[in-house]
Ligand binder design. Structure first.
Ligand code: G3P
Ligand code: CA
Length: 377
């Protein structure tokens, strides 16, 4: 079963009691949070491109595993095919996660959106994972397909006991005029813009029941405004970034000219120009209908997911003070989960849903291996 909001709020309270002086950056009671009334779990476990540590990102085994582990949300990056079908893929290009270079050598550098759905469906979106991560490789990952939004909704609805929500990012939305409208139509056609009937009998909605069964996210403030126009009742998050398209940085020295060898170290030193610039973006979020922000974090051990530290306690406090919640991206290790919770975040995007659920002491129904095998992988 999904963890009831009240139970996850209790767990959060316990974590905060244990977490020291920075806990003051989190609202005093769960009822005071913007998450509460909309049924957004607190803290929220957001499975980033599915359980993408254990299975190829944005594919069926990754989303099925995240669902069956009990993640609150299945996260996806939304794009539109040449023939108008909404599908999930993070990169603009197909090169990293498919065999496009083999199947369409002349078009290998074209954006994914230049391919029809039928063409996208011919691609192998699983084998790259086996090569990149031999220790987690499975023969069954060979030949996995790119998924449409419709197929991910089928997966979200596919386990009668576990009903994760959807956490949908409009990816590079300037490439896709009308994407927000298309998304509204499709969610509406599938019944996902109405709160689902409560199965728990609780007054407080659980994950997958209240308005917060769908969360919308974007880095693009124009797309946020369009999402608000199309789906005013659906909770939205403005993702935060320092640099082009985001907050003005405190210095404009590029990575190449910084003398820094490690990109994570470079990002960790970058910060918003000043406090007012950070707060200006909170105001942009709120005035365009967001109920929260999605900041990056600098990770304890660096790596290619380590970006700007935008979850400093004062930042989270300023966000909470404006009635907004904080869902940080993308953390996979306990040391980072702990630091983020101590700093006062309200939810975490993770590739390792199993690790984050365990960190929150939420029981896993079965092991990762057992669940993958149960689903035929
Ligand atoms: O959507 C939150 C996080 O996913 C943003 O980063 O690049 O992984 O989409 P990205
Ligand atoms: Ca994303």
């Amino acid at each position: 079963m999904p963890v009831p909001f009240a139970k996850s709020a209790l767990l959060l309270s316990l974590l905060l009691v244990m977490s020291g002086p920075h806990a003051a950056s989190t609202p005093a009671s769960p009822e005071a949070t913007p998450a509460y009334a909309q049924g957004i779990p607190l803290p929220a476990v957001i499975a980033h491109r599915g359980a993408s540590f254990d299975a190829p990102e944005s594919t069926a085994p990754a989303y099925m595993l995240a669902r069956d582990l009990g993640a609150d949300y299945l996260e996806m990056d939304l794009q539109r095919s040449k023939d108008g079908v909404l599908f999930a893929l993070h990169d603009n290009s197909l090169l990293r996660t498919t065999d496009v270079a083999k199947k369409f050598p002349e078009r290998k550098n074209s954006p994914a959106s230049a391919f029809t759905l039928a063409e996208l469906k011919t691609l192998d979106a699983g084998s790259w994972f086996n090569q990149a991560y031999p220790e987690r490789a499975r023969p069954s990952y060979v030949g996995l397909q790119i998924l449409t939004l419709d197929e991910i909704i089928d997966i979200a609805q596919g386990n009668p006991q576990l009903k994760p929500g959807l956490y949908i990012e409009t990816k590079e939305p300037q490439q896709f005029p009308g994407l927000e409208h298309d998304l509204k139509n499709q969610l509406s056609a599938r019944g996902w813009l109405k709160p689902a009937a409560s199965t728990s009998g609780n007054a407080q909605p659980q994950t997958g029941e209240g308005k917060g069964r769908v969360m919308l996210q974007t880095f693009d403030k124009n797309s946020l405004a369009l999402l608000q126009q199309e789906m005013p009742d659906t909770p939205k998050i403005l993702l935060l970034w320092v640099g082009e398209g985001g907050m003005a940085p405190d210095n404009t020295v590029s990575f190449a000219n910084s003398g820094e060898k490690d990109k994570a170290a470079y990002y960790a030193r970058q910060q918003p120009k000043d406090k007012a610039e950070f707060i200006r973006w909170l105001d942009i979020a709120k005035s365009n209908g967001a109920i929260g922000t999605g900041p990056s974090a600098a990770l304890a051990h660096g790596g290619d997911q380590s970006y700007f530290d935008l979850i400093k306690p004062w930042m989270n406090k300023a966000t909470h003070d404006r009635g907004l919640l904080v869902h940080v991206y993308t953390l996979d290790q306990a040391v980072d989960f702990k630091a983020a919770m101590n700093a006062g975040v309200d939810g975490i995007f993770t590739n390792r849903a199993s690790e984050l659920l365990s960190f929150y002491q939420r029981p896993l129904p079965r092991s990762v291996n057992q669940l993958l095998e149960q689903n035929g992988y």
